[in-house]
Write a protein of this length. Structure first.
Ligand code: 13P
Ligand code: SF4
Length: 373
């Protein structure tokens, strides 16, 4: 197959570099992606997270939240390559859950997650040791949000813990309390707090662990009394939504409804009518009575697409300022085309792999979660 960059550059190179793709016009990128998809056929599956831009999202075989994508991508029989249009931790999860011969490709390696970067293995291990010396770790269950690196998933796997997503955090936390008296939850404090409070835990049973401070900034007494210890991480995209945005929307549209992602602060979640994962947000809106007007507190691309594609509902972006996930949006048509054309030619670029012990223990932690239903 002659590819667009070969045409554009007039040259054929093996294991082609990215140079040249960025300058291609939109129509050429679109046609190139379609042609490469056709050439790959059922050998490759493209997964698209709800936050992706349209020009990428429309090429996905499966779309969904991070958990749904990981499940559906690995369920396709006979697939050789999974091209993950999402962020790094999602591609790692797909690799851990899929057979070793399947390659998982992240079209741009810069597509990370700033929240996942707020907790690393060294910091979490140091926290665990401090907690061992202060309150002991026998009854302490570590829970990592799926938005975390594979070595942290392996850490929780080794230490009797589990992974959770924004769709199953309550079930996972309830499971943790059947195994111990306390949970260490990282890296997103807001998902952890929202889940714990919704389960009926008292606010003073929840403390925050700041990795920059001794004992995370807590007294030994506070740690002894705590049921949930939250890592001081957050998502900058969801921190943009404020309680006053909900007030302003309600003042303007008294009949309107508000739905937000659990990475939003407690103050925002408390004012909302509904809260859940990206998939849950879409289902909530689509199943609401025709004509319902919604304000939505999650990444812009999801809200914008919903608004355009669902004529029965009106979706407003909750914040007056536009905010998108800049790392997720590193995946653009040039990178997608580059990754696909390399696959067509037998070159797997930007392969994401998790190996050895980490793969084993991260899988244990993921399977514990999947086993909870
Ligand atoms: P979901 O699992 O709800 O898709 O969330 C992923 C994410 O990164 C939200 O910021
Ligand atoms: Fe990470 Fe936030 Fe982007 Fe989700 S929206 S991928 S949590 S930075």
């Amino acid at each position: 197959m002659t590819t667009l960059v070969q045409v554009a550059a007039g040259a054929v190179r093996a294991g082609r570099p990215f140079d040249g793709y960025a300058g291609l016009p939109a129509e050429a990128l679109e046609a190139g992606i379609r042609a490469a998809r056709e050439a790959l056929g059922r050998r490759a599956v493209v997964l698209g997270h709800h936050y992706q831009r349209d020009e990428v999202f429309r090429h996905a075989d499966f779309t969904g939240d991070s958990l749904k994508l990981a499940r559906e991508g690995i369920a396709v029989e006979g697939v050789e390559h999974i091209v993950f249009c999402g962020v790094h931790f999602m591609a790692e999860t797909a690799d851990i859950l899929s057979p070793p011969e399947v390659s998982v490709v992240l079209p741009d390696l810069a597509a990370g997650c700033s929240m996942a970067d707020m907790a690393d293995l060294g910091q979490v291990s140091a926290c665990w040791e401090e907690l061992a010396d202060t309150v002991g770790t026998d009854g302490l269950v570590p829970i990592t949000y799926i938005n975390s690196s594979a070595d942290l998933k392996a850490f929780v796997g080794r230490n009797g813990g589990v992974v959770c997503t924004s769709s199953n955090a309550a079930r996972v936390l309830a499971w943790a309390f059947t195994r111990g008296q306390k949970a260490l939850f990282f890296p997103d404090q807001h998902l952890g707090r929202n889940t714990a409070l919704d389960m009926g835990l008292a606010p003073d049973a929840i403390v925050v662990w700041d990795p920059a401070l001794e004992l995370g900034g807590n007294t030994p007494e506070a740690l002894a009394a705590a049921r949930v210890i939250l890592w001081a991480g957050h998502c900058s995209v969801h921190m943009m939504f404020l309680p006053e945005h909900v007030d302003a929307f309600r003042a303007r549209y008294p009949d309107g409804k508000v739905v937000v992602h659990p990475e939003c602060t407690r103050e925002v979640v408390e004012k909302a009518d509904a809260c859940g994962s990206t998939e849950h947000i879409l289902k909530t809106i689509r199943s609401s009575p025709k004509g319902t007007r919604w304000a939505v507190g999650t990444e812009f691309h999801l809200v914008d697409r919903l608004n355009r594609e669902d004529p029965d509902h009106e979706a407003h972006f909750l914040s007056p300022t536009y905010c998108h996930c800049s790392t997720m949006n590193r995946i653009d048509p040039p990178h997608l085309l580059w990754a696909l054309e390399n696959l067509v030619e037998g070159h797997v670029v930007n392969r994401i792999t998790v190996e050895g012990d980490d793969r084993h223990w991260a899988r244990v932690a993921l399977e514990r979660m999947l086993g909870l239903g």
